[in-house]
Design a protein around this ligand. Structure first.
Ligand code: CP3
Length: 349
């Protein structure tokens, strides 16, 4: 039973700093590519046995302290009624793009077990397979980051359509966000009920806003989710599960982010983690924050950088080591294996 990750989330004393890696189950692993060679990405997400198989791979291969459910933040968009496809080399495609009152009106706030039961089945299967070896993290996209894909119809460079809707048609944006926020709240509750032992909310694109716009158009909806989850957990559960909030381009937004009400804050690499701790109010639990591309450095240099982050993060109430964003497909797996060993060795008390 390795509960170091959950203890760190709660700010409790730990024998060493726990580590997991965003996108730890992914294309950089030959074992993932072997499964992926037989099924497309969405089929993997929708087949609990395949999702569970690739979720387990980094536990065995890397020795990380937490498993993260293999799925995608865009799964709820499909459940809301939007067409969802992934195309080789082009990323996700969502259709129709949600830009009018008519398309917003047609979106559902679905029952998660009915429409995304395969996710909850994967969680139930994984809890059995993990048998307490490491905790299982569930996740969802934050409403704003999810909505960018729904509005743009896929990945975007400057989020023109999203910002146009926000600035030209704020009421339409609010109506869309009400539905997305409701969907994600119920989805996270279903994941926790199925056995997720922590949840991470990904706000990958939060950094495209000025601080005051971030507060109004992104953070307010995350606060709503966390508040709802907390009162639901109080009623329904003997012990609450930790909530992690990750924002990409964290540095300009820490004074806003700290009001989210999360247990743990994910920090990207564009800021020293001790600065982030100070700006989060000094009493925060943080997760991060090695540049994902530093995985291409020689091992001695990776170790120097990992040691520096561990030292800086000692000012926090708790620290979970991670990269500042997802591991990229070109990454040499040996370097990720080495990083996990280093973090465990250097931080050992
Ligand atoms: O972290 C994990 O190991 C858990 C699984 C996970 C995936 N995506 C698997 C995935 C998680 C937590 C995500 C989150 C996600 N998905 C985010 C937020 C975090 C981040 O990375 O910024 C976003 C923005 C997405 C949307 C998404 N999914 C895009 C834009 C793409 C295409 C680009 C790409 O990397 O291929 C995906 C596909 C995706 N999601 C893959 C994986 C392993 C690659 C699919 C493949 O095998 O071809």
């Amino acid at each position: 039973m390795n509960d170091t990750f959950l203890k760190a989330c709660r700010g409790e004393k730990v024998p060493y700093t726990p580590i997991w890696i965003m996108r730890q189950a992914g294309r950089y692993l030959p074992q993932y590519r072997a499964v992926r060679g037989k099924a497309d990405f969405l089929t993997m997400c929708r087949t609990p046995e395949l999702a569970a198989e690739v979720t387990m791979q980094p536990i065995d291969i890397l020795g990380v302290d937490a498993a993260i459910l293999f799925s995608d933040i865009l799964i709820p968009c499909g459940a809301m009624g939007q067409g969802l496809e992934f195309h080789e080399g082009r990323g996700p495609l969502l259709s129709p793009a949600i830009r009018s009152a008519d398309t917003v009106k047609k979106l559902l706030v679905p029952d998660p077990e009915e429409t995304m039961g395969f996710v909850m089945d994967a969680i139930r299967l994984l809890r059995k397979e993990l048998a307490g070896r490491v905790p299982l993290i569930g996740f969802a996209g934050a409403p704003f980051t999810t909505a960018t894909y729904m509005i743009e119809g896929g990945t975007s460079k400057n989020f023109l359509n999203t910002k146009r809707m926000i600035f030209e048609s704020p009421a339409l944006y609010a109506a869309l966000m009400d539905k997305v926020t409701g969907t994600i709240t119920e989805y996270l509750k279903a994941q926790i009920s199925a056995g997720a032992q922590a949840v991470q909310i990904f706000d990958t694109w939060g950094g495209i806003f000025s601080p005051s716009d971030f507060r109004e158009y992104a953070l307010s909806y995350v606060k709503r989710i966390i508040k709802d989850l907390r009162s639901w957990m109080k009623r329904e559960r003997s012990e609450p599960v930790p909530i992690i909030y990750f924002v990409g381009e964290t540095a300009g937004l820490l004074e806003e982010i700290k009001d989210a009400g999360a247990d743990v804050y994910g920090v990207d690499w564009r800021i020293n983690i001790d600065d982030a701790v100070r700006r989060l109010g000094g009493n925060a639990v943080v997760q991060g924050n090695l540049d994902p591309l530093s995985m291409f450095l020689p091992k001695e240099k990776i170790e120097e950088k990992a040691a520096d982050i561990l030292k800086r993060a000692s000012s926090a109430k708790g620290h979970i080591f991670n990269l500042g964003h997802g591991v990229v497909p070109e990454t040499p797996p040996q370097n990720v294996i080495a990083l996990v060993e280093m973090v465990h060795r250097i931080s050992k008390k």
